[in-house]
Structures are given as structure tokens and as C-alpha cells.
Write a protein that binds this ligand. Sequence first.
Ligand code: ADP
Ligand code: MG
Length: 519
Amino acid sequence: MAHNQPFIILGDSTQRTQGRDAQSMNIAAGKAVAESVRTTLGPRGMDKMLVTSSGDVIITNDGATILKQMDIEHPAAQMIVEVSESQEEEVGDGTTTAAVIAGQLLAKAEKLLEDDVHPTTIVEGYSEANQIAQEAITSHILNETLDDKTLQKVATTSMTGKGTGDVSPSELSKIIVDAVKHVTKSGKVNRDDIHLQTRVGASSSATELVKGFILESERAHEHMPKSVSKGKVLILDMDLEIRDPEVDAEFTITSVDQLTAAFEAEEAELRDYADTISKAGVNVVFCTEDIDNRVAGFLSDKDILAFEDVSSDDAKALSRATGAMRVATLHNLSNEDLGTVDSIEIQKFNDDELTFVEAGSKAEAVTVFLRGGTEHIVDELERAVSDGLDVVTAAVESGEVVPGAGVIEIGIASRVRSVAASIEGRKQLAVEAFADAVEVIPRTLAENAGLDQIDTLVDLRAANDSGRAGIIAKGESGELDDPVKHGILDPAAVKREAIDSATEAATMIIRIDDIIAAS
Ligand code: ADP
Ligand code: MG
């Protein structure tokens, strides 16, 4: 047997890239993706217009939305997209920040690799620096009590730079804080109880908070009432139709009398549904299954409003909004099964109807009703309000906020650099590189505000040695001042997650030195 014969373990079409080539390729791809969202960062960030494969146009400033729409194929680049996705899921804001920091960590790693620092040394250095960064964030937590005013500032900070139509972020922030406060019970925010509903056709300043739920279904019968005040609510998980006979049987009807009798028996059964519902004092029925037309007619005759085929999610929200239980039978219907509403109003919007189910302070679910002149405005408004709701949730649950506008990143870099001095060997270089990488945030905020990056960074470092200064958007440009004074506050959780997930993705990419791609 010839022993110089090579083993063939990969198929012909498999492409393999190894060592530094593999690293360079991955790093370049990751950097490119991060770079693509950099110009959208901060209050002076620009928007992007994305055209989807089906021709839909999305105009947005939201990092996660941009990256999601970009149809990225390269696996390393995809990891940066995942950073912003997990950021969106975990804390809802800071998606651009996370992607941009990950990109910088890769850029700095590239330099270190060129200088022959071993990848595992870089990975260790970055992980240690991440720990120091987390401590730095803790030490920057502000002592403010998180009253409504402060929470509104947190919401406003998360929305600046996003298009909100003609409603200002500060007006929206009041709605957002009211919504979050409404669903908070002993420090825990039931974020799932906050719903968003959108309709084009009015100025975005008509955006409002509804204490309850907005249902999209149509009434089961056109003669049913269009409004109810102070009513009782039944949520039903059964259909109001003729029950199928339990045994398959064939009846032979031999006379008209028999036919009439069969028909009357059916009618009686259907009428019985309506009578039972009416006797229980119900004014509104939300049914997750079908309602026979005749039952709808009987209910309508009794002035009862009913909806059929309500989705299970909607039924759940309606149950939270009105306090009604979900029942699957009409037997022994009791008052405890029923919910209550202050009012129900059906309103027409262009071609469709929306049903506003409001229960005031006792509603456990709320809905932000977003308005805007065009589809694009409403969509971006929805993204802005979601971010606002998420940051206020994060702030309420942890009680921790930190100064924004680049201050926290300057603070992190400074602390990481000072610890780096005591770290031996080449790892020190990696820890220092991490500090430089995090400063991409203030540098980018400066650049997007039209300031000189290097000069501003030098000024910021000096100003934060003794005091507190960030890049405050002012008119066309920006100035250095205390962000807390300007109400620019971010939840600590957003910064923690951004640095953490950026480090994780960057180190994962750096570790790879062999790419085996099947075609
Ligand atoms: P991300 O997707 O990372 O949240 P943003 O475009 O929302 O990106 O920018 C967030 C950054 O902008 C944060 O560092 C925040 O502190 C900062 N920021 C927000 N509002 C202002 C402001 N008015 N002036 C300066 N910086 C701000
Ligand atoms: Mg943001």
C-alpha cells in the first residue's frame, strides 16, 4: 500500500479556507456589516431606505430592522446581525450600538493578529475587558429615583433620531410611561399586556393610550349596537351553532309537519343560546369560534353586541382588558365568569372597523393607538414606541439608568485602560484594544454631529476625568455638556447587553481559523 497517497475526506465542490486567510475573511465581513449601520447612530444619525425583494420600502433608523432586511449571507456577517437581533430581543434598544462595537472589536483584533498576537490571547483579553466594562457600568449607575419624569427622559433618549412624524418624542414618552406604569405590579412589568395598534389617516399627534384593547374583527351582525357603555363581557371558546348529532343517523322525513318540527327544534336550540347569554346579563360576546347567523340575529334583537372568530391571542388580551374568564360552555354561567367594560366604541377607519374596548384603571391590558399620515410614518413610529416601551420596562425592572451621549463608553474605556496597565504580556494589548473599540460610540456620535472625531474624543476624555460630558445634539451640530442635565439617560441593561453580546460575537469570529464550506 502506498503511504503517500492523500486521504480525500472533502467532496470536490467543498471550499476550504484556513489560518489567517480565514480570519481576515470573517473579520472583513463582520466589519463591513457593522460599518453599514454606523451612520444611523444617535440623534444626528441618518435614516436608511430599504427596498425588500417584493418591492416594499422601509424607511428606518433602527439598527436591528436594517440588518434584518439586508439579506446577509456571509456566516460571519450573519453573526453581527444576530448580535443586534439578540439585543432587540433581550432589551429592545441599543441594536446599532451593539453591532458597531462588535465591528470595532473585530477591526482592532485584525491589527493585533497582524502584530502576531495569538487569537486566544485576544479572546482572553476581550473577555477580561468585558468584565471590567460591566463593573464600570455599575459604577456609573445614577442615583436618581426613577419617577415618571426620569422614565420619560429614558423613553425620549431611546426615540431621538427616529422619525416620529409630528408628535415629539417627549409627548410620546408620556404615553409610554403611562402604559408601562399601568401594567406594572410590584416592580414587575407585564410587557405582554401592552399592545400596539396602528391606523394611517390622521396626524401622529393623535396617537393615544387606550386602557383596554382594540379589536380588529367585524360585528357578527350589522344591526348589532355600535357602542356599549358600562357593559358585561362574555368570552366564549365554543361555537354557537347546531350541535352535530352524536350518532350518525339518517332521518327520513315523510311529511311537511315533520320538517317543520325538525326546523323548530333547531330554532329552539339556537334561541336558547341567545336567551342564556341574555339572562346572564351579558352585553358583549367575544367568541373564538363561529356564531350561526340566526344566533347573531337573536343576539342582535336583544341589543347584544357579538364578535365571532376572534383569535386566541385577541381573546387573551380581551380577557386581560376586561377581567372576563374564557369559558367553553354556557352551562352554569355565573357573574364571576363575566368581565366589565366602561365603554365599547366601534369606529370606522377607511374601509375597516376597529372596536375600542375600554375598562379604565382596572384594565390589565393597554393599547397604544398609533396614528400617522402615511404607512411609512406609522411604521417608524411603531418601531420608536416599541423601543421606548422596552427601555422604560428595562429601567423600571432593574431600577438602573446611566448617562447617555457617549459618557458611559468614555467611562468604560477609561476604567479598562487603567486596569490594562496592570495586566502582563500581550493580553494587555488586547485589553487596551477593547477600550479603544468601545470609544467608537462617542467617536461616531461626534462624527454624525459633524464634529471632529479625534479632537472631540480628546476633549471628552479630559472632561470626564473630573466631571461628566457627552456629545449633546444642538442645532445642526453638537456641543459637550452633561447629558444628565439634558435628560439623556439610557437603561444600564441596554449598555450591559450591548457590550456583552458584541464581545461574544467578536470573540466567536476571532476563534475561527478554518472555514469549510460545502457548495
Ligand atoms: P441604538 O440602536 O444603539 O439604540 P441609537 O441611534 O438609538 O442607536 O443611538 C443611541 C445612542 O445615542 C445612545 O448612546 C444614546 O445615549 C445617544 N443619544 C440619544 N439621544 C441623544 C441626544 N439627544 N444627544 C446625544 N446623544 C444621544
Ligand atoms: Mg436607540
